[in-house]
Design a protein around this ligand. Sequence first.
Ligand code: FAD
Length: 316
Amino acid sequence: MMFDVLIIGLGCAGYTAAIYSARYKLNTFIVGVEDGGLGLTAAEVGNWPGIIDITGPDLMENFKKHALSFENVRHKIARVTKIEKIDGGFRLLFDDGETVEGKTVIFAMGSNKRHLGIPGEKEFSGKGVTYCATCDAFFYKGRDVAVIGGGDSAVEGAAIAAQVAKKVYLVHRRNEFRAEPYWVDRVKARENVVFVLENQLTEVLGTTKVTGVKLAKPFEGSDTLTVDGVFIEVGSDPATMIPKQIGCEVDAKGFLKVDAAQRTSVAGVFGAWDLTNASNYFAQFVTAAGEGSVAANSAFSYLNTAGAGKGYMAGG
Ligand SMILES: Cc1cc2nc3c(=O)[nH]c(=O)nc-3n(C[C@H](O)[C@H](O)[C@H](O)COP(=O)(O)OP(=O)(O)OC[C@H]3O[C@@H](n4cnc5c(N)ncnc54)[C@H](O)[C@@H]3O)c2cc1C
């Protein structure tokens, strides 16, 4: 069977695209490695319009239920390992050996967590080093941990970790935070958060598991912090490996280039946040959902109108 739309990504952008695509009566296939995507790591979501307070996992469960309530949406859990152009569309290859074909594709694969690349990081990954403070802080009840970074994930992660850990060191290479002021205020209000600013990790220390971290500059007279857990939250990179396989252009920062209609440089292929260069790089649920809706609308137009055959490069 040839689907009308293949959507890669089971996060906010992908599920929104699926809801719109289904309502356009397009035969829709949606696939992802993990149901819910990055939204699963958001402990509290206070800026999804119309709902004052909801957890990320609950919000994403609502997205999934909504999208899968349509009969013309097929859902699969798998990793896409390859995409190829075929006559009249595209073929996706999955890590379980299966394939699927469709006339259009919407890439909604989000981003991959960045690593520090310091000694000990890889060795102790899963043995005290993790990349999601809000997901894993729970396991460090009554213990000392370090959160690394200065953006939303790091500062929210430190605030959440501080609810269970004995002490949280928030290590940031600058003196100011990029994070939302709401979360900066929350973290500053916690007495058990210690700010280690204008400093960086040079090594993760341990034996069979993490016992501490080494700092570039001494803090309170020592160049090591004794901790049981290290949460590395230093940002993420757009997941553009698959789009590049069919020649989709990326911008200087590595994000998938799309125009205002979410069209990539390849005809019949669209992109929706977190991996695109749209929405002024503002990585939020509302921008992901907005881009997902526009991408589905553009796929619908492409399949039905003179837009067919044109990516943004063709000026269509
Ligand atoms: C800790 C934290 C808190 C946050 N809090 C908020 C908040 O309060 N408010 C807000 O608006 N935003 C918040 N955000 C941002 C928000 O979560 C993201 O902007 C949003 O979830 C991005 O959605 P997405 O659909 O683009 O990508 P994702 O949710 O990352 O989804 C990507 C999907 O693609 C799949 N995928 C990737 N590669 C492949 C592949 N090769 N094959 C198959 N599938 C693949 C993944 O499995 C996943 O299903 C927060 C983020 C973090 C980290």
